[in-house]
Design a protein around this ligand. Structure first.
Ligand SMILES: Nc1nc2c(c(=O)[nH]1)N[C@@H](CN(C=O)c1ccc(C(=O)N[C@@H](CCC(=O)O)C(=O)O)cc1)CN2
Length: 296
């Protein structure tokens, strides 16, 4: 049986480190890290995530300001709010919760956020810095960065000689994780819906990252015995009793029987997302205070 990678415990560990570092920053410089979280509309899951971000920010000693806007908010109004937050020196991190309502172009909103406050790491400047390995001044997207920390805990920082297959090529998860794995010296393949013989490719991977958003698509016999499996999927499906339950992109029970280490859903990558958002916000505040914090 695989070692189960406890993302909740690792996230708690990361958050405790951030809280201590935030207290030190405030004591030494008077700077209190500030994060502005913007949500538009009433998506129930988004509301839960935003509330959790506010709570964790406060626990870390940050100022957290939530801007909850109605569904009818126009793109122009949202741009105006982001520009106001860009100009506010007390705000070190700006996060616009996704998804946004259909009438708002998320791409334009993300590009409006000042890159030095883009704690989600979605702005083209931060994407480019990750792509070129300029990690000292970049913000790395939170879910990929959290996934990498879990991989590091399982396998160490240097992945030389290991093969990694990332299933999924999204801009906010698949591609950044692939870049991070490459920076850690893994030999990386990105697979997607047009990949030929996906099961065989997955079976070749020492590190298998599933980020497709399709419930339990990756079967147990797609996993190389002893591999490290990172499941980024969070899918809500109807359980046997008719109630919704969460599953990942990996058929967990089958995969656990073959993997060396595996993240569960829930309790794996998910909790790391919010912990890394706090890490990015602290990094931003430290940079604003003239410090040069090392990458986490
Ligand atoms: N601006 C952003 N929007 C969204 C992001 C993001 O990183 N930035 N990611 C997701 C949602 N998300 C954070 O915003 C997020 C998703 C899941 C979890 C989490 O802890 N999941 C738990 C299960 C929770 C549940 O019961 O639903 C787990 O996996 O254990 C945290 C944050 C989309 N939008």
């Amino acid at each position: 049986m695989a070692t189960v990678i406890d993302g909740k415990a690792v996230a708690a560990d990361v958050l405790a480190t951030i809280k201590a570092a935030s207290q030190r920053l405030t004591a030494e410089t008077g700077v209190v890290p500030g994060i502005a979280v913007v949500i538009v509309g009433h998506d129930p899951a988004s509301q839960v995530y935003v509330a959790s971000k506010g709570k964790k920010a406060k626990e870390c000693g940050f100022n957290s300001i939530e801007h909850a806007l109605p569904s009818e908010t126009t793109e122009k109004e949202l741009v105006a709010l982001v520009e106001k937050l860009n100009a506010d020196p007390a705000v070190h991190g700006i996060l616009v919760q996704l998804p946004l309502p259909d009438h708002i172009d998320s791409g334009s909103i993300i590009q409006t956020i000042a890159p030095e406050k883009d704690v989600d790491g979605f702005h083209f400047i931060n994407v480019g810095k990750l792509g070129t390995g300029e990690l000292d001044t970049a913000f790395v997207p939170c879910t990929p960065a959290g996934s990498m920390l879990l991989i590091e805990r399982a396998l160490g920082r240097d992945l030389s000689g290991l093969t990694a297959v990332v299933v999924g090529r999204s801009n906010i998860v698949g591609k950044p994780i692939a870049n991070l794995l490459l920076n850690a010296n893994a030999t990386v393949t990105i697979a997607h819906s047009r990949t030929k013989d996906l099961p065989a490719l997955c079976r070749s991977a020492d590190i298998l990252v599933a980020a497709v958003g399709r419930p339990e698509m990756i079967k147990g016999d797609w996993v190389k015995p002893g591999a490290t499996v990172i499941d980024v999927g969070i899918n809500r499906i109807a359980g046997g009793d008719g109630r919704a339950r969460l599953v990942g992109d990996v058929a967990y029970a089958e995969a656990e029987a073959r993997a060396g280490a595996i993240t569960p859903v829930p309790g794996g990558v998910g909790p790391m997302t919010i912990a890394l958002l706090m890490a990015n916000t602290l990094t931003s505040a430290r940079r604003a205070a003239g410090q040069t914090p090392p990458p986490l």
